[in-house]
Every structure is written in C-alpha cells, then in structure tokens.
Design a protein around this ligand. Structure first.
Ligand SMILES: Nc1ncnc2c1ncn2[C@@H]1O[C@H](COP(=O)(O)OP(=O)(O)O)[C@@H](O)[C@H]1O
Ligand SMILES: [Mg+2]
Length: 387
C-alpha cells in the first residue's frame, strides 16, 4: 500500500498513532501531577521496562499532560558523556527565565538564579554570561556534594514556581545511566521536596534495574517512588496497536493476520510497529491478510536484526558475546551459576563481564542469582545468527 500513508511508527521515541494499553499509568501520572500541584504529598514515578516497550513515548505523553495542567517542564535523556549537573544547568536556567516572565515573585526568581550560579561554580564550570546581574549568595548549593546541592537548588526553583502558582515537572529518560552519587543526590532532593510539599515532581524512565539502583543509592527510595512496570501489551491491546493506525487510513487486518503478528511479537510495542510497517508495505490492498504477514516475515526479521539487535550486539566484546549466547542457550532468565558452569571461564573473568553487560544495559538481574536480557527477544536473535 501507499508508503506515504503508512501509519506505523517503528523507531526509538516515535509517538505511535495509538498509545495502546497505557491508560492506567497515564491516569496514575495525571493524579500525581494534579496532587503535587496542589501541594499534596504523592510519590514521584519511575517507569521501568525493557528496551522498546514504549517508556520514552509514555514519558513524553505524560509531559504533555503536565503542560496541560499548567506545569513548566524540563525533559532530557541521560547519557554517559555528560554529567547530570551539565544537563540540569541550561534547563533550569531557561525555566527560571520562563518563570520570570510570569507576574510577581521577582525576588524568588533572582534567588533561584543566584543559587543556580552557585551550583555552576560547585561543579567547576564556566557558564559564561548569565544574562542577569547577580550578587553572590554564598553557602547554598555550592558545596560540590550533590546530596547537599541538588536539594537546595531544586527547592529554590520550586519556591520560585510556587509564588508563580505553577509547578515544575522534571522528566529524565535513561535514568539508570546516572552515576551512583547523581542518583543519590536526585533521590535526596525529591525527599526534601516532598517533605516541604513543594510543587516539583520527577518522572523518570529506565531499565528494570532501576528500583535496585535507586534502593542501593538511598534505602528509602522505595517509599519515595512508584515504579510502574511498562511491559509487553496484552493480546487485545496488541490488536488495538495494529488496528487503530490501520483504520486511520481505512485499512483493516484479518483476524488471523492480527493473531499471527501478536504471536510473533509477543506484544512488544517496537516489534508491533515494525511488523505493522512492513506488512503495510507488502500488502496490495486495504484488507491485510495472513498471507501478507507471511510475505513480510523475511524483511521484518532482517530489519529487526540489522537495526534493533545488531547495533547492540556489535558493541559487545567477544567474551561478552559468548556470555550472552550461553544465556540464550539456557533460555533466559538463567541462573548465574549455570552460565558459569557452561561457559568454562574463570569466575574472576565472569564477574566483571557480567557487571559490564549490566552497565551496557544488555542484561539485568530480575531476581537474586538470575540474569535476563534487557532487550526483548534478544536470545532468539542470538540463536538464529549463531555461527
Ligand atoms: N503503547 C504503545 N502502543 C503502540 N506502540 C507503541 C506503544 N508504546 C511505544 N510504541 C512504539 O514502540 C516503539 C518503542 O517506543 P520507545 O518509547 O522508544 O520505547 P523505549 O523507550 O521503552 O525503548 C516506538 O516505535 C513506538 O512508536
Ligand atoms: Mg527510550
């Protein structure tokens, strides 16, 4: 069918035509945002899930809701090369200027900017002209210790927002990549903000390792955050993820075509989009049949292997590849001890390898002593490409 009209959206962070099966989390977020803006205590939210389940698009959808409710928002993705401080500084500076344009509260905005400038000094960077004449305000957010500085900085920004009758919503994607002390500082800041009932909310997204990382950084993190698990879609929601975009272009799937795609994707959103996209391309008319699905199989597998899986696979060392293939052979989740037994490598070599694979976001530990892939269906990919 006409490729220009193709309504499917495979790709990291690409908003789907239909955000299927996430109504509960969206409602939870709506309540969290509404309560925080009214200074009522509520747990902040960290969305967790495997790669390609739709965390980023959900995060961005919740940001839209925050804006509708009247929040000012900050949204960024953590990456390994830039510190949390460097991400926050330009974002909070813009935010304070935006707040400044609202009526009243000049003193608190100025105070917020001063404290931000202190913070910049504390992480030893030169941010150039700040666009405003500032007197020094020593002793706040300038210690160089994030657990002290981030709470002070966020509180100052939240107080400035409060006088302007608004709130701040901070969205952080790939939050599992934060360094230990950054995560600890962030959690500490949220703890302080909650105690003061400040209109400041954090909504993050990351891999399933996140609850453990947060708990290791601060033991009380569990009480501070809710961790909605973003997983694969149910059969019904998978069908909707396919039929709704198709219907928007007056096309339909036969029931056996739908079921066949569901079986092949296990309801993982990224795979549903890729299947929808390719099946659309091979289908000759608006009635998509099981035969179209069968005809698309080869190209979908190739697309997923080349794009989704291979880019991750290529980042692994030879030893890590061997480790992952051993996992695939034992049908993950597998016991660490079973891998050690099968792989015939010294335990001293295995432990750092396992840690590296977790750090690279390839595997995670769903329970003590168990390991699973962070990328859905990665085991199948490894087995079908095994030499
Ligand atoms: N609820 C959903 N329904 C249908 N498609 C979705 C849904 N969530 C995500 N997608 C699609 O899945 C893919 C991956 O989404 P993304 O947010 O990048 O996942 P993640 O951040 O978890 O890796 C995108 O192509 C997106 O369009
Ligand atoms: Mg993402």
């Amino acid at each position: 069918m006409d490729p220009i009209k193709n309504p499917f959206t495979p790709g990291a962070g690409c908003p789907p035509y239909e955000l299927a099966g996430r109504a509960d989390v969206q409602e939870e977020a709506r309540i969290l945002l509404g309560r925080t803006l009214r200074h009522k205590p509520e747990k902040s939210m960290l969305l967790t899930g495997l790669r390609g389940v739709g965390k980023t698009v959900l995060l961005n959808t919740i940001e839209q809701e925050a804006k509708v409710q009247g929040y000012l928002t900050v949204n960024f993705e953590v990456n390994e090369n830039q510190s949390l401080g460097l991400k926050l500084i330009p974002a909070l500076r813009n935010l304070l200027f935006e707040l400044d344009r609202k009526e009243g509260g000049k003193d608190l905005i100025k105070r917020g900017l001063m404290i931000l400038r202190n913070f910049i000094g504390s992480i030893k960077m030169n941010y150039g002209d700040f666009g405003i004449e500032l007197d020094p305000l020593p002793g706040i957010a300038d210690s160089g210790n994030l657990e002290i500085d981030l709470p002070a900085l966020f509180l100052a920004v939240a107080e400035a927002a409060r006088v302007k009758n608004t709130g701040i919503a901070l969205f952080i994607d790939e939050i599992q990549l934060l360094h230990h002390e950054e995560l600890a500082g962030l959690i500490m800041a949220m703890h302080k903000l909650q105690q003061k009932q400040a209109p400041f909310v954090l909504i993050g997204a990351g891999l399933p390792t996140l609850p453990r990382l947060a708990g290791d950084a601060k033991s009380y993190a569990e009480r501070l955050f809710s961790y909605p698990l973003i997983g694969k879609l149910s059969r019904q929601n998978s069908y909707t993820a396919l039929t709704a975009p198709a219907a928007s272009e007056n096309a339909e799937f036969s029931p056996d075509a739908l079921e066949s795609i569901y079986q092949r994707t296990h309801g993982y959103p990224y795979f549903l989009q890729e299947w929808g996209y390719q099946v659309w391309k091979v289908a000759e008319n608006a009635h998509i049949s099981l035969q179209d699905v069968i005809n698309a199989e080869k190209i979908v597998t190739k697309r997923l292997d080349d794009n989704f899986f291979r880019v991750r696979y290529d980042r692994l060392t030879e030893g890590e590849k061997k480790f992952m293939i051993t996992m695939a052979e034992c049908v993950a989740p597998c016991k660490s001890s079973d891998i050690a037994e099968k792989i015939r490598m010294k335990a001293t070599a295995l432990t750092p390898m396992r840690a590296n694979l977790i750090r690279k976001g390839m595997i995670y530990s769903p329970r003590h002593g168990l390991l699973d892939f962070s990328v859905p269906l990665f085991g199948e990919f490894l087995l079908r490409n095994r030499k």
